[in-house]
Ligand binder design. Structure first.
Ligand SMILES: [Mg+2]
Ligand SMILES: [Zn+2]
Length: 200
């Protein structure tokens, strides 16, 4: 799929291993550590008026390893460290639950796009594993993989686009934004904010 280089409607980030270090099933806000360059990259995107959101699988809730409240405390800590996000779309289910939101399903991308009043096709999904890229593809969004040591070689090889780090992602998107004509989408200024997780 070829994406025109034009201003994205929104940039949707995976949380664990992308915005913050991956601590599996973490329910402790004290353990939240941003990934290198995360705050600066987000600040640059915000200054360019690009909406930023989080699309995250949190199956620890379905598994009973963390409570929804612990998950929300961790998310609040993420915002303390990295600033506010325009939307959060969270899947609290597990693989066997048959939900439509757990990545690689497209539901989180579709939900975040809806909250931000943009088309999924105008969204960029940034993540560290193949599930993120597959969710992007399934929703018609552009995917950019930022590999870590945990990322499989096959996931890198299959990725539609690979960036070195979040600074590299911001560089690309802002370069394209500058090169593109004014926003094609009338998104409005009052981005609604939501904790969009659900149990269905
Ligand atoms: Mg991840
Ligand atoms: Zn789900």
């Amino acid at each position: 799929m070829v994406f025109e280089q034009r201003r994205p409607g929104a940039v949707l980030f995976d949380r664990d291993g992308t915005l913050i270090r991956d601590v599996p099933y973490n329910g402790d806000p004290a353990l939240v550590r941003p990934m290198p360059g995360a705050l600066e990259a987000l600040s640059r995107l915000r200054r360019a008026d690009l909406p930023v959101a989080v699309v995250t699988n949190q199956s620890g809730v379905a598994k009973g390893l963390i409570t929804a409240d612990e998950m929300e405390q961790v998310n609040r800590r993420v915002e303390e460290l990295l600033g506010p996000f325009d939307a959060w779309a969270i899947c609290v289910h597990d693989d066997g639950d048959g939900c439509t939101c757990r990545k690689p399903a497209p539901g989180l991308v579709i939900r975040a796009a809806a909250v931000l009043d943009v088309s999924p096709r105008e969204c960029v999904v940034v993540g560290d594993i193949g599930r993120d890229m597959d969710a992007a593809r399934a929703a018609g969004a552009r995917g950019i993989l930022v590999p870590t040591e945990e990322t499989l070689r096959s996931e890198i090889e299959r990725a539609p686009e690979v960036a070195h780090d979040l600074g590299d992602v911001a560089d690309r998107l802002l370069r394209e934004t500058e090169a593109a004509p004014a926003a094609l989408t009338a998104g409005g200024s009052a981005w609604s904010r939501t904790l969009g997780w659900s149990r269905w």
